[in-house]
Design a protein around this ligand. Sequence first.
Ligand SMILES: Cc1cc2nc3c(=O)[nH]c(=O)nc-3n(C[C@H](O)[C@H](O)[C@H](O)COP(=O)(O)O)c2cc1C
Length: 230
Amino acid sequence: WTALGPSPLAYRGYAMPAQASAADLGRIVADFAAATRRAAEAGFDVVEIHAGHGYLLHQFLSPRANRRTDRYGGGFDNRVRLLLEVVDAVRGAWPAGRPLLVRVSATDWVDGGWTPEETVDLARLLHEHGVDLLDVSTGGLDPDQRIPVGPGYQVPFARQVRDKAVLPVGAVGLITDPDQAEAVLGEGSADVVLLGREALRDPSWPLRAAARLEPATLRDRYPRQYLRAV
Ligand SMILES: Cc1cc2nc3c(=O)[nH]c(=O)nc-3n(C[C@H](O)[C@H](O)[C@H](O)COP(=O)(O)O)c2cc1C
């Protein structure tokens, strides 16, 4: 099994991918649509297309990974083409009333990579193509990335998209505390906060946040069996 990529460039230490042909890309777009139909049939409420973290669609966006000279590589319009084709196919296969999210890496954290400014331009296009929310993450494409990890380290990227594009955005990355999450929303940096590791550590985090931020509502939120312990 040989992995496909935009160009035959290996992530350091990993196998060399083959350059995807136009026929491969057509099949991949159709596969996204088929997966969406299965998700709809299975009853999922939301789908999110992953176009970040070094996955295939991100590789097409980034000039560090995409060295193609056909209509899927080169300038911005060509590098975003595959993602927009996937978005159109998924939107067409997904019930109109159900949200469609896209996750991107707003920066590759390396010179010559995908940029926050391109992310803003992409966000405007995604909105036109029926995407309901942009989930703004970063990195994952290039082993030379240097990420200044700290509390809320990706929030400024969500803010930049929200300030300059019209679609709702989600912020993610070391958002761990209810007051911190509320501040991200209150200062207008994002419309939604997303939790990864903190939700793994504490699956009841939303209840903990409600206890901190909206104590009066707790009795409506907890399972009745737990109320004696609230
Ligand atoms: C063990 C682990 C697995 C992850 N797997 C995925 C994944 O499959 N897809 C994805 O988009 N992000 C994945 N992430 C990234 C998280 O979704 C999230 O963006 C990141 O951890 C930053 O948010 P946090 O600080 O709230 O965890 C993973 C993170 C961890 C720690």
